[in-house]
Ligand binder design. Structure first.
Ligand code: ADP
Ligand code: MG
Length: 258
């Protein structure tokens, strides 16, 4: 199994939208896929149609070692895609784990115990706190959504510093599989300029696939469906299919034997 954390400490940059749709695209390609919702807001869970009443076992229980992955993972309506949902409780995990020595390794311990999945995505909260550190501790690599806006690059250096610290302290092999530009609007010259600047700065790290601003992507979650199922032919869905293909191309060969 390869584990990919979808992280950026800025809110509203497209982490959850990317997590839901790339996980769906991978599942549709035949990869046995797990999505771990690690944001107390639980948007990935809602977007995949898991109501609050069905979140009896959650990512909080994984971190507190009150449940195993087998107990916490549940099926979604997407064939081949399971989810560990999130609840509000998760916002308390940070405090509850404060005195625990291996507190950044809890998620890693919980998910590496089981290898029934080919790929695992972790949808991170908008912070660089303990939850995101657990995601970075469990991940093989990072996928970073970057919104095409003026300050896009500013937050990135802070994220990269955090990655370096995680590499030094507890996950030396943590990689960055790529940066994906989101909410791209070709009619807006500013987003065009930002996209060019990001590519100048980060080069090949930036995926060629760009996610356009597309209202279908923002409508889909209210129906409890990935955009890829809600409207598989919309520009946003097509972009996520292209991104999934590109992602597979970047994964190490030995991991592709799905
Ligand atoms: P994050 O998880 O980083 O906070 P989200 O994925 O929840 O970001 O996106 C923030 C908001 O923007 C959501 O309402 C989402 O539906 C919307 N959104 C995300 N990506 C797009 C896009 N490419 N086009 C239009 N709306 C988008
Ligand atoms: Mg989110």
């Amino acid at each position: 199994m390869i584990t990919i954390a979808i992280a950026n400490q800025k809110g509203g940059v497209g982490k959850t939208t990317t997590a839901i749709n790339i996980a769906t695209a991978m599942a549709a390609t035949g990869w046995k896929t797990l999505l771990v919702d690690l944001d107390p807001q639980g948007n990935a869970s809602t977007g995949l149609g898991i109501p609050n009443s069905a979140r009896t076992v959650s990512s909080y229980d994984l971190l507190l070692q009150e449940a195993t992955l087998d107990q916490a993972a549940q099926r979604t309506d997407v064939p081949g895609l399971d989810i560990v949902p999130a609840t509000q409780d998760l916002s308390g995990a940070e405090v509850e784990l404060v005195g625990v020595e291996d507190r950044t390794a809890r998620l890693d311990q919980a998910i590496s115990a089981r290898s029934g999945y080919d790929i695992c995505f972790i949808d991170c909260p908008p912070s660089l706190g303990l939850l995101t550190l657990n995601a970075l501790g469990a991940a093989d690599t990072l996928l970073v959504p970057l919104q095409c806006e003026f300050f896009a690059l500013e937050g990135l250096s802070q994220l990269l510093q955090t990655v370096e610290r995680v590499q030094e302290r507890f996950n030396p092999d943590l990689g960055i599989v790529g940066v994906v530009l989101t909410m791209f609007d070709r009619r807006n010259r500013l987003t065009d300029q930002v996209a060019d600047d990001v590519r100048d700065c980060l080069g090949k790290l930036v995926f060629e696939s760009v996610i356009p601003r597309n209202v279908r992507l923002s409508e889909a979650p209210s129906h409890g469906l990935p955009a890829l199922i809600y409207d598989h032919a919309c520009p946003g869905s097509r972009a996520y299919i292209a991104l999934a293909r590109e992602l597979i191309g970047r994964l190490p060969e030995e991991r592709k034997a799905a």
